[in-house]
Design a protein around this ligand. Sequence first.
Ligand code: 1CP
Length: 349
Amino acid sequence: MNSENAPLSPSSKPLLRALKGEAVWPPPIWLMRQAGRYLPEFRAMRDKADFLTRCMTPDMAEELTLQPIRRYGMDGAILFSDILILPWAMGQSLEFIEGRGPVLGAIRSAADLQRLDPKRVLEATAPVRETLSRLSKSLPEVTTLLGFAGSPFTVACYMVEGGGSRDFAATRQMMQTEPMLFDRLIETLTVSTAEMLCGQIEAGAEAVMLFDSWAGILPPTAFRRYVIEPTRQIVRHIREKHPGTPIIGFPRLGGIMVREYAEQTGVNTLALDTVADPAQIAELVPEITLQGNLDPMALFSGGEAMIREAKAIRDALKGRPHVFNLGHGVMQHTPPENVGALVDAVRAV
Ligand code: 1CP
């Protein structure tokens, strides 16, 4: 349904409608990493507690989720948490080190994997559900609450590597030399991710997003096995319990493979990375919602060039269900006023 001229009832949520397949105009907007270090109010909270504590303390996580909503009136509020909360909840050691990023105790053997306990996940993530449940009461009526998880492949990358990496060599090597071990890790993550996302929905998340930030490092056969198949299983599991809840998939840098991903996983929305040409992808994939995909550097730099680029993306997808977003997360030193100017430009008809 195209609702271009339909009046907006005060209780309706533009983002939720777009995620459910409606071509809302102007497109609703939220940004990946909208809660982050570029905001002075976020930096003020950083001095109070380390990152894991901020994620696992409902008061703090609620406040951090709300900050960009208060400042910009975004259409979506994404839970303040991290994709690495899942391995941590299974018992893998995790620390976020200033200037270096996340550091985990690397999983390299069957014994390492054996030490993880997926049965701990539900209890260990109870504070996350408490945060969601508070947010569903404190958010403005028009704002959609988003839960999320990392996709099994991307989370496995960090678990095997023990942190971030340029090429995730240890992970790709494990895939080649110990496929059974890697399969087991992916299966464990697939089941736990599906259950964790159902828990988030039951606590108040109105849609969920799967971040597969490293999908683009895989060759086609591995992409099908470790990106498409686990995502398909997670979507099926969520649909059985919560058939009406939209699911956003982000197979970053998946190139031409995003077509199979969109056709086969069953996600409602395909999030586009910075490289994707929106008009081209619109031709390539079925009539699902597209999300994206302004270059975070255009936002960082701001000015007329940003506005031109944002409007070009918005206009390229006019008439089709679209959620405006970036192609990746907000960069750390982005001037906060650029975010305000972007929201105004996307909403200006
Ligand atoms: O000290 C700090 O402030 C830590 C910085 C930070 C923040 C703000 C990290 C560490 N994670 C987050 C929050 C976060 N992470 C959110 C929540 C809210 C929001 O979007 O506003 C989300 C959705 C994520 C998702 C996430 N974490 C991804 C997927 C998206 C992406 O960026 O590709 C990934 C890969 C991570 C891992 C991670 N967590 C943090 C860092 C610095 C990283 C990247 C590590 C690396 O690869 O080097």
